[in-house]
Design a protein around this ligand. Structure first.
Ligand code: ADP
Length: 493
């Protein structure tokens, strides 16, 4: 057994405190799995106004201290909760930047996340806790590896700390102007330059900074780690990723099997497990009732829980929605929030097919679970998908994924072939309405064979997508990062 590691995880979201998507699920579950392996793992996130200190028994851990920001000092205190088993969670507390209802979407998001990052590093000094690894996630934390190689390069406190940067979604890069370099105190180093990425010469791309400076980089499936090396998926950063491919890895996300469990889920109408699949039907009937759809167990119910973004394939779905409704006898329930355009498009479908389509344009964790438990099929026609958690949750809940064969969806869902009886879902290759439509037709046809369907459900429910094996892979990744860091230090010494 290797020595336990000391790991600080930095993330803008974490279940159960703040969530908009899968990042929160990962930041909630990975630390618990690492703690189970014996590591000393702690998490830090901003204390958004929506996080209620009383609900999570949060107490002040570090009194107000000054954090460098621009030419000034910003007062920050650190709160802490011990409500996550084995994982201390710290919150960067600052009235001006974080006492707001939302997580993102403010004009000063650049300043907000620079402050969060700087406060997190300075917090470590206040706590006198030196992590081996600072594990950064997505653009909000991209400045940290940059600082460790510049501002903090010769700081003895961080001499043995390596950085890991995880890409959850390359599309959101955190783009800002020169001013943000001043806020971060690194204007003397200027813009990044890359011969094949002209844009970097006049924009601060926080994601690119994480990728450029981290000791190792990873993303959340092996397939996506390969895909982002191409112009199609690289979001203009593929040349930089190719330069650093020796340090780029893919580790599939898991699902928190403590929380995501149909046998104990407190939100669903009827608990069930793989040995009691008949009990599942009560969830379908409850979902139909709640959604004002006819309560009929025999009609295939297609569910979706998703951000309403182009990435998720809603243009494709909208394009073949009428054909789906006209030719297939299905019901459709969607829970999602995001682009106004898709709010409008899907609201119109709900009006057009009132007794077959139900749309919830909101974020609702309880309803999400009801859809996983009550749908027969779970649709994810994504244009790209770094990992995707929806398909993993739906497998665990006995809802069969219908997905596009890309990224993490390709790594986890194999198309079902009735001749060989292999596969755990239905998938299609081309990003094309016809292909989505025919995948659904195949699902609906197979649904008619209840024995086959039962086998598919059992197969999905028996599969293990828990965090335990992925957490070990993260430990290996952390050790690699330390190795790179040590080698570099030896060269520069
Ligand atoms: P992404 O991180 O790109 O949004 P993932 O599939 O990795 O996609 O993760 C999405 C997570 O967010 C899942 O846990 C899903 O259930 C949840 N989710 C997405 N939209 C909603 C919503 N409107 N209400 C509740 N949960 C949602």
């Amino acid at each position: 057994m290797s020595d336990p590691l000391k790991i600080l995880i930095m993330s803008a979201e974490m279940v159960p405190f703040a969530k908009t998507g899968g990042l929160a699920d990962v930041s909630g579950a990975l630390p618990k799995a690492l703690a189970r392996l014996g590591d000393d793992v702690r998490v830090v996130l901003p204390r958004y106004g929506r996080i209620d200190p009383e609900r999570f028994s949060m107490a002040e851990e570090v009194q107000t201290f000054p954090v460098p920001m621009d030419d000034l000092q910003e007062p920050v205190s650190i709160l802490k909760t011990d409500t996550v088993p084995g994982v201390p969670v710290y919150f960067v507390n600052n009235e001006k930047y974080f006492n707001r209802e939302g997580i993102y979407g403010y004009p000063d998001d650049g300043e907000r996340f620079i402050l969060y990052c700087r406060a997190a590093l300075e917090m470590l000094r206040q706590l006198n806790w030196k992590p081996d690894i600072i594990h950064c996630n997505d653009w909000h934390t991209g400045i940290v590896p940059n600082w460790l190689k510049t501002t903090y390069k010769n700081d003895p406190f961080f001499a043995d700390t390596a950085s890991v940067f995880t890409i959850h979604n390359l599309q959101y890069q955190g783009l800002f102007g020169w001013r943000i370099l001043e806020v971060a105190g690194i204007e003397e180093y200027g813009f990044l330059h890359h011969p094949q990425i002209g844009e970097l010469a006049d924009v601060v791309d926080l994601m690119a900074r994480g990728l450029n400076f981290a000791d190792v980089i990873n993303t959340v499936s092996e397939r996506y780690a390969q895909e982002i090396l191409t112009p199609e998926f690289g979001e203009k950063l593929d040349p930089l990723l190719i330069d650093r491919r020796e340090r780029l890895f893919g580790i599939l996300n898991g699902v928190d099997y403590d929380e995501i469990n149909p046998a104990t889920d407190r939100y669903i109408a009827q608990n069930f497990d793989g040995d009691h699949l008949d009990d599942r039907e009560a969830n379908k009937l409850a979902l139909q009732r709640e959604s004002n759809l006819p309560q009929d167990p025999s009609v295939p119910l297609v569910g979706m829980v998703s951000r309403l973004a182009d990435q998720k394939g809603f243009d494709l779905l909208a394009g073949c929605f009428d054909a789906m409704m006209n030719c297939l006898n299905i019901q459709f329930v969607l829970l999602g929030t995001g682009d106004q355009h898709y709010h409008n498009v899907f609201s119109q479908f709900a009006q057009k097919y009132p007794d077959r389509v139900a749309i919830y344009l909101t974020f609702n964790a309880a309803l999400a679970q009801k859809i996983y438990a009550g749908s027969d099929m779970f649709l994810m026609p994504s244009r790209f998908e770094p990992c995707g958690l929806g398909q993993l949750i739906s497998l665990r809940y006995g809802s069969i994924p219908v997905v596009r064969h890309t990224g993490g969806l390709a790594d986890t869902i194999q198309n079902f072939d009735p001749r060989t009886n292999q596969g755990n879902g239905f998938s299609f290759e081309r990003y094309d309405q016809i292909d989505l439509y025919t995948a659904l037709v195949r699902a609906v046809e197979n649904y008619k064979h209840s024995d086959t369907w039962r086998i598919l459900q059992e197969r999905g429910m028996q599969a293990d997508y828990s965090w335990s094996s992925s957490a070990r892979k993260y430990e290996d990744l952390y050790r690699r990062a330390l190795e790179f860091r040590r080698r570099e230090a030896a060269v520069t010494r």
